[in-house]
Design a protein around this ligand. Structure first.
Ligand SMILES: O=P(O)(O)OC[C@H]1O[C@H](O[C@H]2O[C@H](CO)[C@@H](O)[C@H](O)[C@H]2O)[C@H](O)[C@@H](O)[C@@H]1O
Length: 359
């Protein structure tokens, strides 16, 4: 079996059902996308310096052991094999606090009525299953056609840690907004969907000055990690990923330590953790949550009460976006996960990786 036909997941059917629901309730015609991202990007560019307060180091030095422990603990394989009965109770109480989005349609319908729905979708682990080789994280044709359908009805954005070009190559839908590098590279639809035809979308890149540094660190990390079997360094343009998934667990500590040592020489970069991955990013206050706000602003919904953003994601980095929705008291965050996790999301969908050979 290939990745293409492995997963017809809860996420896929969940997204489908949500979209059917959303289409059926949005009786009023879709609010127009006011201007292209290009124009708004330029307007916002003036205040970009205020929006992006640079070089704000976010505190404590990286804790290698804590990352490794958390990577180990969050492995679904481990969780399945070690869950004591009391954990079932934990899972039950977690799902009470974060119910399945599939079971909560009535409530969702009520909340979103008469508002403009805007959809935000994470890529890895949400639209595509988690697989061993990051270059082969393909989405299914069915998922692509679902996303295409979503975008026919609502402004839709993909928000990913990946390089924007790479995630575009996976998704291949020109009508979407793409926020790559954890939101540090945002671009609107290439075919102008706006009333303001002729605007060529230009990317919004709040961390552009970090590009030479990121490329330098990429080369160093390639060199330093080449002796670790299975380690992979991925260049995501404004950030880097060091993959642990195919590395023997015994070498995780040494690999993480190696990454930390390299980063010691680059205080303007910081480390964050994803799913069996350490990510190197510019120390600016910019993340998926800021990207969500930027896109809502770009679409004319900065302070609007008439917007209902729906964000679906599976990773720690998606928590920044869930948090923004909570703070705004608007819309709905949906966490894709089969295991209980601390989350700011209101609802959940099951993890597509369940049907995949790799956790
Ligand atoms: O924000 P996302 O779209 O979720 O991207 C986050 C990272 O996703 C990718 O890594 C993850 O998926 C891989 C493929 O399934 C998997 O092998 C890896 O272990 C996961 O961490 C991507 O390769 C990273 O660059 C992204 O930062």
């Amino acid at each position: 079996m290939t990745n293409q036909n492995l997963v017809v997941s809860d996420v896929e059917s969940g997204i489908n059902s949500l979209i059917e629901m959303a289409v059926s309730i949005s009786k009023s015609p879709m609010l127009a996308v006011p201007e292209s991202l290009a124009v708004l990007g330029a307007i916002l560019g003036a205040s970009q310096k205020k929006l992006v307060k640079r070089l704000e180091d976010e505190g404590a030095p990286p804790k290698v052991n804590a990352w490794i422990d958390s990577m180990r603990a969050s492995s679904p394989t481990r969780l399945k094999s070690t869950l004591p009965p009391s954990q079932n109770q934990l899972f039950h109480s977690w799902t009470l606090r974060h119910p399945s989005a599939l079971n909560m349609f009535d409530q969702i319908i009520c909340k979103s009525q008469a508002k403009q729905i805007v959809i935000f979708l994470d890529y890895d682990g949400t639209l595509s299953p988690i697989v061993a080789d990051p270059d082969k994280a393909f989405m299914t044709k069915k998922m692509r056609s679902t996303v295409k359908d979503i975008a026919r009805h609502f402004p839709t954005a993909i928000v990913s840690g990946r390089c924007r070009d790479k995630v575009y190559k996976f998704v291949r839908l020109a009508e979407l907004y793409y926020a790559g590098s954890h939101g540090m590279d945002i671009k609107g639809p290439t075919k102008s969907q706006s009333a303001n035809k002729g605007n060529q979308a230009v990317p919004f890149q709040p961390a552009s000055e970090f590009l030479p540094m990121i490329n330098e660190v990429y080369k160093i990390l390639l060199e330093k990690t080449k002796s670790v079997a299975g380690a992979k360094v991925e260049n995501n343009k404004f950030c880097l990923s060091v993959h642990f998934r195919c590395v023997d667990e015994k070498s995780w500590g040494a690999l993480a330590e190696q990454v930390r040592l390299v980063l010691n020489d680059y205080p303007k970069l910081k480390l964050t953790q994803g799913r069996k991955v350490l990510e190197i990013r510019p120390s600016i206050k910019w993340d998926k949550g800021k990207a969500l706000e930027f896109l809502l602003h770009s679409l004319g919904f900065a302070n609007s009460k008439h917007v209902f953003p729906i964000y679906i994601g599976d990773d720690r980095t998606d928590e920044d976006a869930f948090k923004v929705l909570r703070t705004r008291g608007q819309g709905m965050g949906i966490l894709v996960s089969k295991v209980p996790k601390e989350t700011q999301a209101s609802y959940t969908l099951q993890d597509p990786s369940e049907a995949s050979p790799v956790n």
